[in-house]
Design a protein. Sequence first.
Length: 335
Amino acid sequence: MRNKFTKVSLFLCSIFVVFINYKHFNASTKYSYLMFEYNRGEFRIPLSMFDEFDNDFPNITSTTLPIKFLKAIYLKEKDSIETALELLKESKKANPYLMAADAQIANIFYEQKKYDSAFYYGSKAFYTNPNNNFHRSLFYLINEKRNDTVELKKAYNISKQYSINNTLDYVVKMNRMGADKSQLIDLLDDLSLKYKSPSDQREIKLVQTLLKVGGLAIEISVEISEFANQKFNEKNYLLAANLYEKAFEYDPNDYVFIENAALSFYLAKDYENAEKYFKMVINDFDINDGKSEFYYGVMLSTLNRLDEACTFLKRASDLKYSAQGSKTVYNQLCN
């Protein structure tokens, strides 16, 4: 009798195990596609797909994201906001440590301009995982809307070691809230010493300009430079040069304006102003692409100042401006 009972128990257990494995296998084929779309920020599948499997068993994917969380994201994208909120709150029971649901709830409240509620959930997500970029950037936005410089500074001091974008984001938002510009500029100066790649330097320079001249001045300088580009393409070089000069007055941190002015003056055969601005780019800006050195060297050669010309053409060649082009010109004129 006992042996028969054992066999029946094992048989029932086997059926149960097979059933569990079947449900996991059946669900996993759908989870993989859901995760693929979620990671790409796409939401193309119909919501009816969620009806094809049990949201509670299994209740999480292999990446520990709750199924209800994924469904809530789809609902949010399809404007079913209240249902999405409820599902997000329920999804926290499946994995209360992940904080993805809290961040999404905070994001919904932020979009609804309910900034105190957004702060409640956003702070839980951020302080649990401050090196998550979404948690950090959202929490910074929330604090900006609440005009809470104290909380934002506290958050920055916790997460500032993680990336250049963190400091740039912090500086921009503190500037909008009227913080002391000198302290923010000091932060950017320190950042500029640490991050030396051309792309990082461009980003830092842009924010430095924003602090020093303001967003409106940057917009005006861009509009003027676009008009200057048009005149340059029309070969009206003198007018283009004057316009580039004006753009530089609005944004004195962008060397491109003054470099373009130098090129325009050179093509207009106003060599005095061209030389002045080529030297300004070479001496006053930390630029290492060799462009100004090359064109300044070419201009000097046309003025029969060959020794000076070769000095700058050699620099352009060493910096590999225009690939082998600068080296070819240097060899033709100087060797």
